[in-house]
Design a protein around this ligand. Structure first.
Ligand code: ZN
Length: 345
């Protein structure tokens, strides 16, 4: 079969690799019907040191079960499923607490670990019962992009909103206008936020943010953005800030605009040493929460909204490629010519 392999920063190839096989009794083989390229894939695309045998890429997918191991109980061949970006057993203490990304038998797809990547024709999924989420109804073809976002970005935006304590009456600022930031807007509106402000630089994305429910968009950056938010909030700042980028500047901005006693929900994979402004955040009783979204824990809540069309996160995809054009997909996303690229193997 064909799969996406990254050898070093900027070097992504489609290669013929052995078909995946059941290795453990709880494995399933997933035939991938749609995958995509993530903003977080752009970090290795910029920074990955040379990997001798390459790293299999991709952690977002939906697809159909092709085979199951002897101990898989809840899934069968032919089931249509959403694949969260992390695998988890569904039985350990952390899974029971809804923190599947800390599963004691868990791990992440497409990071060079125990599981391969989803930008491929098929994939071996460890701990299939605890990982894959069976879509219980026959979903319309038009819903596939939205269902695909439940594998990562929609659940990640929701996790930012939950970690940032978004709720009715709150002023929310979303830092970042990538796919996760836009899903953060959807999540904030869904959870009843009063005012939703988005910080971004890209006119098309900001107009989509408005369609998703943003009440204000701010194109300034750094200090100028902080001043604009302060001006919009009577000088106090926002109750909830969703940090959806992962850069030091984005975190510094988040700390600059959060209100005393407020919450920052961070979901951008951090690429910096420490959280800045430690002293002001202490004296203002600011909470910084968040991390990788426990996607599996959120699907019961979010899936009905997608199936019934109440939220339309599938609109974040603005390009679709076949597997052979995945390297070009990375290039267009890296140049910010595409917001999010869907892959149809
Ligand atoms: Zn677990």
């Amino acid at each position: 079969m064909r799969a996406t392999v990254m050898y070093k920063a900027g070097d992504v190839r489609i290669e013929n690799v052995p078909d995946p096989k059941i290795l453990e009794p709880r494995d399933a083989i997933l035939r991938i019907t749609r995958a995509c390229i993530c903003g977080s894939d752009l970090w290795p695309y910029k920074l990955l040191p040379k990997v001798d045998n390459g790293q299999r890429m991709g952690h977002e997918a939906i697809g159909v079960i092709e085979a199951v191991g002897a101990e898989v109980r809840t899934l069968k061949t032919g089931d249509f499923v959403i694949m969260p970006f992390a695998f988890s057993d569904g039985t350990c203490a952390f899974c029971h607490e809804g923190l599947h990304t800390s599963c004691v038998q868990g791990g992440f797809f497409g990071t060079g670990g125990k599981a391969d990547g989803a930008q491929a024709e098929a994939l071996r999924v460890p701990q299939a019962d605890g990982t894959l989420f069976r879509v219980p109804v026959r979903a319309d073809e038009a819903l596939m992009p939205a269902l695909l976002t439940l594998s990562d970005v929609m659940c990640t935006g929701h996790h930012a909103a939950r970690s940032g304590q978004v709720g009715p009456g709150k002023v929310v600022v979303v830092v970042g206008d990538g796919a996760v930031g836009l899903c953060g807007v959807i999540a904030a509106k869904r959870l009843g936020a009063d005012q939703i402000v988005v910080l971004g630089g890209h006119p098309d994305r900001l107009s989509l943010a408005r369609e998703f429910g943003a009440t204000e968009v701010i194109r300034e950056r750094g200090e100028a953005a902080i001043e604009r938010v302060r001006a919009l909030t009577g000088g106090f700042g926002a109750h909830s800030v969703l940090e959806c980028v992962g850069s030091e500047q984005a975190m510094a901005t988040a700390l600059g605009i959060v209100r005393a006693g407020g919450h920052i929900g961070r979901v951008g994979v951090p690429h910096y040493e420490g959280i800045p402004a430690l002293n002001p955040s202490f004296y203002q009783n600011i909470t910084v929460a968040g991390g990788p979204a426990p996607v599996r824990a959120y699907l019961n809540e979010l899936l009905p909204d997608v199936l019934e069309g109440r939220i339309q996160p599938g609109r974040v995809f603005d390009r679709t490629v076949g597997l052979n054009d995945v390297p070009a997909g990375y290039r267009t996303m890296d140049r910010r010519e595409a917001l999010k690229v869907m892959v149809q193997p």
